[in-house]
Design a protein around this ligand. Structure first.
Ligand code: ADE
Length: 239
């Protein structure tokens, strides 16, 4: 997979690209990343990429010409262009999975108070990483890149993904590692038992408990199996 980021701040990505899962995915050849400095496409000595908004109002707006010329410099038929914006559709694990199938993912990072609305027509979609406003799209693009690249085959172990939060519509069960007792707190007995059927059931029950407590909206959206209905009842009896 190839990822191209269009940004005014490519230097923000240096450490991110070298670190952990992402760095490994690059060195394994699973992904290549390149940057386009939008300012390189702005004319004149001042290289202005923004201007005041028509109709008045606070802040500056990114201009069409430098952004669209930057986009056209790298766009091919295989490109899928995502614009980061607080006005976008909510970014989810499902969207990460969808983007991980693309041959060439292009992420256009918004900046200033926004972009000229006509830029949107040159993109495939607009996504928001949450209900809050960032100063620019760079952090949002890193969130998208991280969540996409870890889904590429060979980036991390397949089992790690299938058991994660959101992959099955539930939050992930709690995890523990050595020692079995820390500051007076014990690791749940069942996890030390070696009984795999019991461990699986315990984990599913705890996933259901956490999801009900913290993200009841996820439970409402999900069709529960008979086993899940039974385990959820058990958590209600515990309370
Ligand atoms: N740019 C500013 N806020 C954003 C958000 N919440 N998500 C994506 N891009 C943004």
């Amino acid at each position: 997979m190839r990822i191209t980021v269009l940004t005014l701040f490519p230097e923000m990505y240096e450490n991110f690209l070298q670190t952990s899962v992402f760095g490994r995915a690059i060195s394994r050849g699973l992904v290549s990343v390149d940057f386009v400095q939008i300012r390189d496409f702005a004319p004149g000595n001042y290289k202005h990429v923004d201007d005041t908004p028509y109709g008045g109002g606070a802040g500056m707006v990114m201009k069409c010409q430098p952004v669209i010329d930057a986009l056209n410099s790298i766009r091919t038929d295989a490109s899928h262009v995502v614009l980061t914006s607080a006005n976008g559709i909510p970014y989810t694990q499902k969207k990460a999975r969808e983007l991980s199938q693309k041959e060439h993912l292009v992420i256009l990072c918004g900046h200033y108070e926004g972009m000229d609305a006509r830029i949107e027509t040159f993109t495939d979609e607009q996504v928001s990483i949450g209900d809050y406003v960032l100063s620019g799209g760079e952090l949002a693009s890193m969130v998208i890149m991280d969540s996409v690249v870890r889904l590429l085959k060979g980036a991390i172990r397949d089992e790690s993904i299938s058991e994660e939060s959101y992959e099955n519509g539930l939050l992930e069960y709690p995890q523990y590692t050595h020692p079995a007792e820390y500051a007076g707190m014990q690791v749940p007995e069942v996890l030390l038992s070696g009984n795999h059927a019991k461990i699986r059931e315990y984990r599913l029950r705890e996933s259901l408990r956490l999801t009900k407590e913290r993200r009841p909206d996820l439970l409402e959206k999900r069709v529960l199996s008979d086993e899940e209905i039974r385990l959820l009842k058990e958590t209600e009896e515990d309370d």
